[in-house]
Design a protein. Structure first.
Length: 467
């Protein structure tokens, strides 16, 4: 008998593979009296119950067809926590005619890997496929991953890996090239809300009880989960277990939800007015050079479950729109913060966003680049047919040269002052100014440079008004 402990499950998996059976966890006598968590009880049993990932599992989509036809190959599921990576593997296990082994990268070493691989190779010789599911495959080191490679190449196993990390960085190139990568997306608030409502009525959830919970509280829990179905179901379960119970009826109040999430501000709608009020408050506080207010509004949003990537995008826009050329470092700071949020997520990325927000608040401000584009856009939209001056047209063919394309063009790098007396705007817009630097911060240097350029052009323009 296999003793079901984390340390020994890999060995048990190997034993099951040798016997040609699917490995399933058997609870002990004591565990059987403890109901599984709601997220486990409600785990989808087939594709019709699966929540989200329609880009892969919708009607006619590639992954759905592969699973339904039992034609899966080696693949890697990449996505954030709680989006269904392990669930998909279990659905495949139910449908496949192959031996299915659930393997953990946390508790297994090379010895266990080789044992399972050898058993899979023996099964292959008897015409039996083996599907090996490896959760958190990014936790395997290079040597452990290399142990899979020859068996994947020979077809002894079909490898299904799951990872929250970018497989381009965390999975060996040789192994990755033999796997199809499927990207699973964070679930939408709508997906999670539907899942929570199903939990309230499904017999595996709380269908045997009458649960009273307002729709806006369900939405609040869905927002709090930030795309993670497991987190959402765990929060709902906690709220119901702590609700006001009377017989088979339970009432979940706003206070209970707030207590279960420990965040009172979570009960705001990411798509509603408060969402836009808070991002407006952050933007305008940074614009007004108030770092304390900006950090406060940042914290209000993040602690309310706002997506840090959304905030980082807005900070990046602010860097160009409100600081621009007054401090060209600002955009780099914003993009660095965006990348940090994308790579490590909450809660660690809060400090990166705080650093960026404080930097934006204290940087010199200029909206000259924003104003320049908006003014140029107005002319571009009303003067779409203005011809490009011949002097700056490209002339790759003989005919174009005969039509004077590029005639008179002067290469600025070859000029004494790195400037040439050419008109680059259409005739109807000659002399029009769009970029008007205000001289703050680093833009002072640019303003001085631009004034010298304009003076040079005025001095070197032709007497008839043509440059």
């Amino acid at each position: 008998m296999c003793r079901q402990t984390d340390k020994m499950r890999a060995g048990c998996a190997a034993d099951h593979a040798a016997r040609g059976t699917k490995m399933e966890y058997q609870p002990t006598l004591f565990e059987s009296n403890v109901p599984p968590p709601l997220a486990e009880r409600l785990r989808p049993r087939d594709l019709d119950e699966f929540c989200g990932q329609q880009h892969l599992l919708g009607p006619g989509k590639i992954l759905r067809k592969m699973i339904e036809s039992d034609a899966v190959g080696s693949m890697i599921f990449w996505g954030p926590p709680g989006v269904g990576k392990t669930t998909l593997a279990r659905i495949i296990a139910r449908r496949t005619q192959a031996d299915f082994i659930d393997f953990s990268a946390v508790t297994s070493g090379i010895k266990e890997i080789k044992q399972v691989m050898e058993n899979a190779e023996r099964s292959r010789r008897y015409g039996k496929k083996t599907i090996l599911f490896v959760d958190e495959i990014h936790r395997f080191n290079k040597a452990q991953q290399d142990a899979f490679l020859p068996y994947v190449e020979k077809g002894s196993i079909i490898l299904i890996g799951a990872t929250t990390e970018n497989p381009s960085f965390e999975v060996n190139g040789a192994l990755l090239s033999r796997c199809k990568v499927f990207v699973l997306k964070a679930l939408s608030t709508e997906d999670i809300s539907a899942l929570l409502r199903r939990a309230l009525t499904d017999e595996r959830g709380f269908g045997d009880r009458k649960i009273h919970i307002a729709d806006d509280l369900v939405e609040a829990i869905a927002n709090f989960a930030n795309g993670d179905a497991r987190s959402a179901l765990s929060t709902l379960e906690m709220a119901i277990l702590n609700g006001e119970s009377e017989g088979d009826e339970v009432t979940v109040t706003r206070q209970v939800v707030e207590d279960c999430t420990s965040r009172k501000s979570l009960l705001y709608d990411k798509k509603g007015e408060e969402h836009y009020n808070l991002i407006s408050a952050l933007h305008k506080s940074m614009r007004n050079s108030d770092p304390d207010a900006a950090v406060y509004w940042l914290a209000r949003m993040l602690e309310a479950g706002e997506d840090p990537i959304y905030v980082a995008r807005r900070v990046t826009r602010f860097a160009a729109e409100d600081i621009g050329l007054a401090d060209t470092r600002a955009l780099s700071v914003a993009i660095d913060a965006f990348e940090a949020c994308r790579l490590i997520g909450m809660p660690e990325c809060t400090v990166h966003l705080t650093e960026a927000v404080v930097y934006m608040s204290l940087a010199p401000k200029s909206n000259s680049a924003y104003v320049a584009y908006e003014n140029a856009k107005k002319d571009a939209l009303t003067m779409l047919a203005e011809p490009v001056p011949l002097v700056i047209r490209n002339a790759p063919t003989k005919l174009m040269k005969e039509l004077d394309y590029g005639k008179g063009y002067r290469y600025a790098h070859n000029e004494k002052d790195k400037l040439a007396d050419m008109q680059c705007l259409p005739d109807s817009l000659a002399g029009k100014r769009y970029y008007l630097p205000d001289g703050r911060g680093d833009e002072g240097v640019l303003k001085e440079r631009l004034e010298k350029i304009l003076e040079w052009k005025k001095k070197h323009s032709h007497p008839d008004g043509e440059q």
